[in-house]
Design a protein around this ligand. Structure first.
Ligand code: NAD
Ligand code: TYD
Length: 339
């Protein structure tokens, strides 16, 4: 079996490649990644020497490149992680998000149709459902919750989801979609909340918390997400959406304080800054469907997952210090200087 993994040099895609290489060593893994600021080829170094792994640098929205790769590899499964993924960047530059996240999805699916791919799996997000109010803790997103987006990022992901379902209905493309809550774990780019706070706390720098820090996210350890995607793309029903989450809701302030405690750093490092425009209040996933149909359950709770993650950042300083020393400096200045 040949599995084409797009966006495999990013956070979740790389964790997925490692997960598959370990659990299903008989399968051939092909990674297509444009190596944007978020892609890091050094992450994939342990896979590079393997006979049944191939890395190709290319853009999912480049139909010539995609067509050539499909002609060469004839993948059985395509799993699309490639995306612009940061909400704050989508507020700065929506156009790039529409191109990669929507047109890139279309380009991949057109190639899937042409080459008769057996399964196209779209890695989506719970952000397509918009947000939930803080005062209704019993509410959760199910697969039936209406799409209701807040940011250019979530709107682009929702658009892609609609296109995926349309390709199934109109062309009979064998698709599936998974919508997951916030992930955390190794190789998470340090612009996102958890790795940003770990790296800044270690340097005794201020920790920028948006608004009052009361916003809630439903955190899932990345390996649990990988296991869920594997289950859906191999055994999930065609044309279906599966929500993925593990009932690990935490406010941003709780997450930041947990990190500070684990690192023995003072809470005086916290700095409340101007809120993100359109900031979603709360995400919470109801994972009943994937549990009932595919038997998936998360294995890692938040306390052990965050401890493992912090340890990974302590043990792999070179990986994130390299990122922080480059262009990222300009990004941080631009996004946070006058906040
Ligand atoms: P990431 O930003 O860490 O990685 C994205 C990867 O895609 C990078 O390697 C980048 O180089 C590549 N890429 C970007 N544009 C490309 C293009 N045009 N062609 C080819 N490759 C391109 O993102 P992530 O956090 O690993 O997220 C992966 C997927 O999971 C995304 O689709 C995202 O929407 C979804 N998702 C993420 C989370 C989360 O918490 N991070 C939660 C739910 C769903
Ligand atoms: P993020 O990691 O960007 O993921 P998402 O916006 O996709 O959920 O942010 C997680 C939460 O943390 C979100 O509520 C915004 C907040 N946040 C901060 O308070 N400060 C920051 O510097 C960042 C990057 C995020």
């Amino acid at each position: 079996m040949t599995i084409l993994v797009t966006g495999g040099a990013g956070f979740i895609g790389s964790n997925f490649l490692f997960w598959e290489a370990e659990k299903n060593p008989q399968d051939r893994l092909v990674c297509l990644d444009a190596l944007t600021y978020a892609g890091n080829l050094s992450t994939l170094a342990p896979l590079m020497e393997k006979e049944n792994f191939r890395f190709v640098k290319g853009d999912i929205a480049d139909s010539k490149c995609v067509d050539q790769l499909f002609a060469e590899e004839k993948p059985d499964i395509v799993v699309n992680f490639a995306a612009e993924s940061h909400v704050d960047r989508s507020i700065e530059d929506p156009g790039l998000f529409l191109r990669t996240n929507i047109l890139g999805t279309q380009t991949l699916m057109d190639a899937c149709r042409k080459y008769g791919v057996g399964r196209y799996h779209q890695v989506s997000t719970d952000e397509v459902y918009g947000d939930l109010p803080l005062d209704r803790p019993e509410l959760m997103f199910t697969e039936e919750t209406p799409i209701h987006t807040s940011s250019p990022y979530s709107a682009s992901k929702a658009s892609a989801d609609l296109l995926v379902l349309a390709y199934h209905r109109t062309f009979g493309l064998p698709v599936s979609i998974s919508r997951c809550s916030n992930n955390y774990g190794p190789y998470h780019f340090p612009e996102k909340l958890i790795p940003l706070m770990i790296s800044r706390a270690l340097a005794d720098e201020s920790l920028p918390v948006y608004g009052d820090g009361a916003n809630i996210r439903d955190w899932l350890y990345v390996a649990d997400h990988c296991a869920a995607i594997d289950a859906v793309m191999r055994r999930g029903r065609v044309g279906e959406v599966y929500n993925i989450g593990g009932h690990n809701e935490r406010s941003n302030l709780e997450v930041v304080k947990t990190i500070l405690r684990a690192l023995g750093k003072p809470e005086t490092l916290i700095r409340f800054v101007k809120d993100r425009p359109g900031h979603d209040m709360r995400y919470a996933i109801d994972p009943t469907k994937i549990h009932d149909e595919l038997g998936w359950l998360p294995e890692t709770d938040f306390d052990s997952g965050i401890a493992k993650t912090i340890q990974w950042y302590l043990d792999n300083r070179a990986w994130w210090e390299e990122i922080l020393s480059g262009d990222y400096q300009n990004y941080y200045k631009k996004m946070y200087e006058n906040r």
